[in-house]
Design a protein around this ligand. Structure first.
Ligand code: CA
Length: 382
């Protein structure tokens, strides 16, 4: 259902461009007849403006679309809370309150966990593998088929890369330490962790810090060093765990209302799609470029880095597989995507562990990449 005001606004602005063209030049040449309409869209982001990385992707899209259409296709970007709260972005697109949103699809896993495949599920794929599945592994077709029921067509439009495991006030040394922990954790991971006694909390990015500061929650994860430093979590929790096994390569999406998408000229469709590709690459590159310095600053501020140990990871992996089996047994939509997704992921692991993993592993331990250059040898004494 569409908000009538919005619909009117859309029709008026779309019509205005054409009308102006017609008024100025009554006898239209063929080229002039092909003049494209002026269209204004509203994009609601699930993220706060302060995060230039993840919120910034929506601005990358809007800026590119505007530039490539000579300003005619104008997408106005609104931060979480300006039109609707961050976690209501999808509903706003489904209902036609806005034309599109930029969001983390797993925010809607409570409606149906199948949403999460367009973002990340625990022990899923890294950023490269996620792109491979979406663009060339059948993922896009499966997700678009699923999202039709929500009047949505999706475009991958960002990725954070593998995330950190989050900020804890107390160390997690055993699986038992997870019991009763009130943990802000994104998407599907909450359901996996609740099998191990965690009390998961779903809280939008801008609202996490006050909850952690007040002690409403015991621990929180967001993304990684650059964002997490900005959100200030190190001031209230000093143990910084890794990896965020629930988000090995989470994708962010542009969700577009299907009717609005269908109403676009083919040229605008092509431009918007290309802009989403650009945002997808740009966000990951930005995180990768900014995270190292942020990690150094955090450690310099006394943050204690801790890996989740093998026991904890194994217990979480087993819990995740239980959840997938349970969900597959009762949710045909989930099973359809999961079966394809899992076969693809397993093949990706087979390939990545040959070249990528050995290369990355060697580089991580070679020393030359992270240590300062060795001092020149002292001249030999005569
Ligand atoms: Ca996260």
């Amino acid at each position: 259902m569409q908000n009538p005001m919005q619909r009117r606004k859309f029709l008026t602005s779309a019509g205005a461009g054409l009308a102006a063209g017609v008024a100025a030049m009554p006898s239209l040449s063929q080229a002039q007849a092909a003049v494209l309409p002026s269209i204004k869209w509203r994009l609601t982001s699930s993220f706060p403006k302060s995060l230039d990385t993840i919120y910034g992707a929506a601005e990358v899209i809007a800026k590119r679309v505007k530039a490539a259409t000579g300003g005619k296709f104008d997408i106005q970007v609104f931060a979480a809370g300006e039109i609707v709260p961050g976690l209501s972005a999808m509903d706003a697109v489904k209902d036609g309150t806005v034309e599109c949103c930029h969001t983390a699809p797993y925010y809607y896993f409570g409606k149906d966990p199948t949403f999460a495949f367009a973002c990340a599920i625990p022990f899923g794929m890294n950023a490269r593998q996620q792109n491979a599945w979406m663009y060339h592994g059948g993922g896009m077709a499966l997700m678009r088929d699923f999202l039709k029921d929500y009047n949505i067509i999706n475009f991958p439009a960002g990725n954070t890369g593998a995330q950190m495991g989050g900020w804890f006030r107390k160390e997690i040394k055993t699986v038992a330490d997870l019991k009763g922990l009130k943990f802000r954790v994104g998407g599907f991971a909450g359901r996996v962790l609740s099998k191990l006694g965690v009390v998961p909390q779903q809280i939008a990015g801008g609202d996490i810090y006050p909850a952690l500061e007040k002690g409403t929650i015991d621990a929180a994860e967001w993304v990684g060093p650059y964002d997490d430093e900005k959100l200030g979590f190190f001031k209230v929790a000093k143990y910084y765990y890794y990896p965020g096994w629930w988000e090995g390569g989470p994708e962010l999406d542009l969700f577009v209302n299907i009717k609005q998408w269908d109403s676009l000229p083919a040229e605008y469709k092509a431009i918007l799609e290309a802009a989403c590709h650009e945002a997808n690459i740009d966000m990951l590159a930005k995180y990768d470029a900014l995270n190292p310095a942020a990690l150094k600053r955090l450690v310099g501020n006394g943050v204690q880095l801790r890996p989740f140990n093998k026991d904890v990871l194994n217990a979480c992996f087993a819990a995740a597989n239980e959840v997938y089996a349970e969900e597959s047994a009762k949710n045909a939509k989930f099973k359809k995507v999961y079966d394809s997704w899992k076969a693809f992921r397993d093949d990706q692991i087979l390939w990545f562990r040959v070249a990528e993993q050995n290369f990355d592993g060697f580089m991580a331990t070679a020393g030359s990449a992270s240590k300062p250059a060795a001092k020149p040898a002292a001249p030999a004494k005569k």
